[in-house]
Structures are given as structure tokens and as C-alpha cells.
Design a protein around this ligand. Structure first.
Ligand code: CA
Length: 224
């Protein structure tokens, strides 16, 4: 799950990023509105947490711009103004949720989960592909009922593939969803992780679930 945070209060930004990373989200963060807009138009995010009062461009304008450009990423606003007018405006303009500062982090996490579920970014807690099972809440992978140990990054790659099962996804799509924007794009990191996953998930099984589509990308082949 790839999340963008736009928050100009440095401490809050850092804490949010760290806490979300502890929950295995892949997080990009920025401190002004213009960067937030660029990020949202560039990478594939499952959700965005936007402060309303940001330098250069406010949260309302970011939301308007991304929707105009066809980006459907669900947005949660953060606002210091508990003013009802502000909240109503945010929701009217197409925000999916909001939090009034200061807030409890556990509440933000819970609401973020609802937001992602509501938008079908995560529409199930357990994804299945043949005898392969990926449990999102427990961060657990099983094949044929046996638990397979995977790293958080391997889990993220596998989750992206299984959410898009039977659809061919490109390396760029995987990369854009699973790695944050600062990472070195020149690498063949996606192929490396696919190799790791194959070793763990397909080795020793007759049915190979992870398939390579030459020149295009990868697909998780699942029986309907
Ligand atoms: Ca602010």
C-alpha cells in the first residue's frame, strides 16, 4: 500500500511517516502543496493524507487538480481548523474523510483502513489465488496451508500482484506502487523481488503461479 503524506509541520510529518511505515505502508512525504500535486500525478498511490493549509497550494486545490486529471486516489484531509465550514467544504469537494488536529494516531490508522477498503484499494482481508493465500491484516502468506515467511517488501509486491490477479502488470506499475519515490529507479529491483518470491512460492510446486510475460511484465495466474 502506497501512501502520500503532505504536511508542512515537520515533526508531525515525520511521525506520521514513521508510524505508517511501522504498519508496512510504503510512504512518500512532502511539505508543500506543489510537491504533493506532482507526486500524486506521478506515482500510483492507494491513499493520500493531505493537510489543508499547506505552503504553495492548499489541500482543496490539490484535490481539485488531481480529480481534474483523473486521479481517483482516496484523500483524507488533515485540518487544524475544527471549523465546520472547513470540513463541509472538504467533503463537498470530494475528500473521503478528514481528521481534526490534534488526533490520536490509532484513530487515523483505523480510518485509513476504512478509506482503503471503501475504495476497493483493499477490498478483502484475505486474497486467494489457487492454493495461495495472502492475509492482509496478519501480513501472512500461505501456500497449500503452509506458512511462507516473506519480508515486508516481498509481501508488498505479492499483495500488488494478487490484487491484480490475472491482469498483466508492468515492472513500472509494481515499482510505482511498492517503492517510494526516492528510490533508485535504474535498478532491476522488481525482477530481484520476483525471483525471491518465486523461490518461496513456486519452487517445489507443479503449478507456477507467478508468470513472466516477456517484454511486458508479470501476472499472477489464478484459477477462477
Ligand atoms: Ca499546515
Amino acid at each position: 500500500m502506497h501512501i502520500l503524506i503532505a504536511e508542512d509541520e515537520q515533526d508531525l510529518n515525520r511521525i506520521l511517516k514513521r508510524k505508517l511505515e511501522e504498519e508496512h505502508y510504503v510512504v512518500d512525504s512532502c511539505f508543500d502543496g506543489k510537491s504533493a500535486l506532482e507526486y500524486l500525478l506521478l506515482a500510483e498511490y492507494d491513499g493520500a493524507i493531505l493537510d489543508i493549509m499547506l505552503p504553495e497550494m492548499n489541500g482543496f486545490d490539490i484535490l481539485k487538480e488531481i480529480r481534474k486529471n483523473g486521479v481517483q486516489t482516496p484523500v483524507m484531509f488533515l485540518t487544524a481548523l475544527s471549523d465546520t465550514k472547513d470540513i463541509v467544504r472538504g467533503l463537498d469537494e470530494g475528500a473521503d474523510d478528514y481528521m481534526v488536529k490534534p488526533f490520536e494516531f490509532s484513530e487515523l490508522l483505523a480510518r485509513l483502513r476504512v478509506l482503503l477498503r471503501k475504495h476497493n484499494t483493499i477490498n478483502e482481508n484475505i486474497y486467494r489465488c489457487g492454493d495461495l493465500e495472502v492475509d492482509v491484516n496478519k501480513q501472512l502468506v500461505k501456500r497449500g496451508g503452509k506458512v511462507i515467511e516473506v519480508s515486508p517488501k516481498e509481501f508488498s509486491v505479492l499483495l500488488y500482484l494478487i490484487r491484480n490477479q490475472n491482469i498483466v502488470v508492468s515492472r513500472q506499475q509494481i515499482e510505482s506502487n511498492v517503492w517510494n519515490i526516492d528510490h533508485d529507479i535504474s535498478s532491476n529491483v522488481v525482477d530481484v523481488y520476483i525471483r525471491f518470491l518465486r523461490r518461496k512460492i513456486d519452487e517445489g510446486f507443479e503449478d507456477k503461479i507467478i508468470q513472466t510475460i516477456r517484454g511486458v511484465g508479470y501476472v499472477l495466474k489464478c484459477e477462477k
